[in-house]
Design a protein. Structure first.
Length: 126
């Protein structure tokens, strides 16, 4: 934006001219539109931390807490990236818990049926 008084080029959202300090736009024009809604997945990150895998959930909480700060600083692309990473780390935490639970059930079934197989052969050998 060029100053109407001295012709100096200023930033597009500048309030005053950097050369002659003439007011370039009034307060109503200087305000920007509200930032877009970007989900921070904080609740999902906290639940996945408490119920699933603690280390991956903590990383998800860190990324989800960065979303609102980046929006406030005007870093919309960084906020979207932090939101995406918070969601990914939360889902990885849930996935690790599901795989661990399934492996635990499989291990318990193997022990259960293994004990019955050993007990059955001991009874048959008598």
């Amino acid at each position: 934006m060029y100053c109407k008084t001295c012709g100096t080029q200023n930033d597009d959202n500048a309030y005053k001219c950097i050369e002659c300090e003439t007011i370039l736009q009034d307060e109503t024009n200087a305000t920007q539109s509200p930032p877009p809604y970007i989900p921070n997945y904080l609740a999902f990150a906290i639940i996945s931390t408490l119920m699933c895998c603690l280390p991956l959930g903590v990383v998800a909480i860190v990324y989800s807490s960065q979303v609102n700060n980046k929006i406030a600083c005007g870093d919309i692309e960084g906020a979207w990236e932090a939101s995406r990473l918070a969601k990914i780390w939360s889902w990885w935490s849930v996935g690790i818990m599901v795989v661990s639970f399934l492996l635990y059930i499989l291990f318990e079934l193997l022990i259960f049926f293994g004990l019955f197989a050993v007990a059955g052969t001991a009874i048959l050998s008598q």
